[in-house]
Design a protein around this ligand. Structure first.
Ligand code: DON
Length: 336
């Protein structure tokens, strides 16, 4: 009996990217965040996508070089640094790993543990900022900035105006910090932990940077372009697990179901996705949905996941994950 072909000829990845880009532009534009006044200046028409492989290749489309602030995507990376520095057990005593099902800025703690639900909501991320500030002292921001830059493979800029804007208007985060102090989850003065938290959120990236940082996480913590080890490999595993369950706020369940890739979003409009051992994906489109996730970014990841076979539990990937027809396991490259 003649064998039937299992797949059509592979399309070049750039053709797929341009198709996904067009589909995503057709999605609603969403609303640019304005609760931090400086963020409202973003152009809702901007949209860029970048894919970086663990072999060092890069594919981009649209506004992939537009700068925006990393915002909550920083939470995944600072969590990774805290795990590295204190170890898993010590971090677990300060912050949980359970999805909250509530908005990212909810003023709440887990009722049983009196600790933040997870490091991807503000309460958890402010606790992690406190951990890093305690561990590294006044140099904490420098260290965070340097690690983020190493992961991206270039020195990242800092948006002073966004930092000031958030510092002036971050009353809700101050409320969360005081709740944490009252519960014994944060031992520093609120403003000391918040200074680091607001600063980490104000680091600027592009979609390309997010893809490169994602590729560093995908590549067991080693930046595939510079060859430098940026993150500890055990901490990477734990970080990806929490990104998978909690990275997209109260949309995390739907995301795991539909996209199936560990990811983290930020109100600046970025989303960073990681396909372990294969690639990092960065998207930028500043219009958000009510959960705080980029509308066109979510559309991008949904389409890429379908087109490229990215879903972690897609049995037709037979354990190979990303791009069954494009990925070369031996070289780590995407065949064009
Ligand atoms: O805490 C805040 O309000 C921001 N600096 C970060 C929030 C954020 O990005 C949440 N994302 N969806």
């Amino acid at each position: 009996m003649a064998e039937s072909p299992t797949h059509t000829d592979p399309q070049p990845i750039d053709a797929i990217l341009s198709d996904v880009y067009r589909q995503s532009l057709a999605a609603d534009v969403g609303s640019v965040a304005d609760y931090i006044p400086e963020l409202s200046k973003a152009d809702p028409a901007n949209m860029g996508i970048a894919i970086a492989t663990v072999g060092g290749q890069l594919h981009t489309i649209g506004d992939a070089e537009t700068l925006f602030t990393i915002q909550s995507i920083s939470k995944a990376l600072t969590f990774c640094l805290a795990l590295e520095r204190l170890g898993r057990d010590a971090v677990s005593q300060r912050v949980g790993v359970e999805p909250s099902g509530d908005p990212f800025n909810a003023i709440e703690l887990h009722p049983a543990t009196r600790r933040p639900y997870n490091p991807m909501v503000n309460a958890g991320a402010i606790t992690v900022a406190g951990i890093l500030r305690d561990a590294f002292g006044a140099d904490a921001f420098e260290i965070v900035h340097q690690r983020f830059s190493m992961a991206a493979g270039r020195t990242l800029s800092f948006n002073e105006a966004v930092f000031k804007s958030e510092e002036e208007t971050g009353h809700r985060n101050r409320g969360i910090a005081h709740l944490l102090i009252g519960a014994g989850a944060l031992e520093l003065p609120a403003d000391t932990a918040l200074d680091l938290y607001f600063r980490q959120c104000s680091i600027e990236v592009t979609a390309i940077d997010l893809a490169r940082i994602g590729a560093t996480l995908a590549n067991m913590g080693e930046n595939p372009v510079t060859g430098k080890q940026v993150f500890d490999v055990t901490a990477v595993r734990d970080t990806l697990a929490v990104m998978f369950t909690c990275g997209m706020y109260d949309y995390s369940g739907n995301w795991a179901y539909d996209v199936g890739v560990p990811a983290k979003s930020g109100v600046g409009g970025g989303i960073m996705g990681v396909v372990s051992r294969q690639l990092g994906i960065g998207s930028y489109a500043p219009g958000l949905d009510p959960n705080g996730n980029s509308v066109r970014g979510v559309a991008t990841f949904r389409a890429l996941s379908d087109e490229l076979g990215l879903h972690a539990f897609d049995p037709t990937n037979a354990g190979s994950g990303f791009i069954r027809t494009f990925f070369d396991r031996n070289t780590g490259d995407v065949r064009l």
